[in-house]
Design a binder for this molecule. Structure first.
Ligand code: HEC
Ligand code: HEC
Ligand code: HEC
Length: 131
C-alpha cells in the first residue's frame, strides 16, 4: 500500500499543476516577450547579456528597460514599478520560471557557442506573454 501512496505522491509532485507549466507567473511588471521580441525585434542578448559569455543568461537590470522607457511610455501606470526601482536602486524581483536544482550545473555559453538556438530549449519565446 505504502508503495502506491509514494508513487501517487510523485505523480502529483511532477504534474503541471504543481510545477506551474502553462501558467504565467505573477511578475512585478507585465513584461511581454511577444511585444518586445516578436513585434519590436529586440535581440535576446540585449536583455540577457550573459548568455554568450557565462553560465547564466541573467535577467535585465532596470537600466536596460530605461534605455527605452525613459523616453517611451514614461507615465504609464504599468511601468511605475520600473521608475520606483530606478529611483530607489532596488532591483525588480522577477519570478524565475526556469531553475534547475542546485546540484545540476548548466552552462549557457557552451550551448550558444555550439549553435544551439534559444528556442530549442525555451520554445517560441517571441510569442510568450507570461514568460
Ligand atoms: C528597445 C526598446 C525597449 C526596451 C529595452 C524595453 N522596452 Fe518595453 N516597450 C517598448 C515599446 C516601444 C513599447 C510599446 C509601445 C507601444 O505599445 O506602441 C513597450 C511597452 C512596454 C510595456 C507596456 C505593455 C505592453 O507590452 O504593451 C511594458 C509593461 C514594458 N514595455 C516593460 C518593459 C520592461 C520591464 C523592460 C525591461 C526588461 C522593457 N520594457 C524594455 C520598448 C522597449
Ligand atoms: C527587452 C528585454 C528582453 C528581451 C529582448 C528578451 N527578454 Fe527574456 N526576459 C526579460 C525579462 C524582464 C524577463 C523576466 C520576466 C519574465 O519572465 O517575463 C525575461 C525572462 C526570460 C526567460 C525566463 C527566465 C526564467 O527562468 O524565469 C527566458 C527563458 C527568456 N527570457 C528568454 C528570452 C529569449 C530566448 C529572448 C529572445 C528571443 C528574450 N528572452 C528576449 C526581458 C527580455
Ligand atoms: C541547451 C538548452 C538551452 C539553450 C540553448 C538556452 N537556454 Fe536558457 N536556460 C536553460 C536552462 C536549463 C535554464 C535554467 C538554468 C538554471 O536554473 O541554472 C535556463 C535559464 C535561462 C534564463 C533564466 C536566467 C538564467 O540566467 O538562468 C534566461 C533569461 C535564459 N535561459 C535565456 C536564454 C537565451 C536568451 C538563450 C539563447 C541566446 C538561451 N537561454 C539558450 C537552457 C537553455
Amino acid at each position: 500500500m505504502a508503495i502506491f501512496a509514494a508513487l501517487g505522491g510523485t505523480a502529483i509532485l511532477r504534474s503541471d499543476f504543481v510545477t506551474g507549466v502553462g501558467r504565467p507567473l505573477a511578475q512585478p511588471v507585465p513584461f511581454s516577450h511577444r511585444h518586445h521580441v516578436g513585434e519590436l525585434g529586440v535581440d535576446c542578448r540585449y536583455c540577457h547579456s550573459g548568455v554568450e559569455t557565462s553560465s547564466s543568461a541573467g535577467l535585465p537590470a532596470t537600466e536596460v528597460c530605461m534605455t527605452c522607457h525613459s523616453q517611451l511610455f514614461t507615465n504609464a501606470d504599468m511601468l511605475a514599478p520600473i521608475r520606483a526601482s530606478l529611483a530607489s536602486g532596488q532591483p525588480l524581483q522577477w519570478q524565475r520560471a526556469n531553475s534547475v536544482p542546485d546540484f545540476v550545473y548548466f552552462n549557457h555559453s557552451i550551448h550558444i557557442a555550439k549553435g544551439v538556438a534559444c528556442e530549442t530549449c525555451h520554445g517560441e519565446v517571441d510569442d510568450m506573454i507570461g514568460q
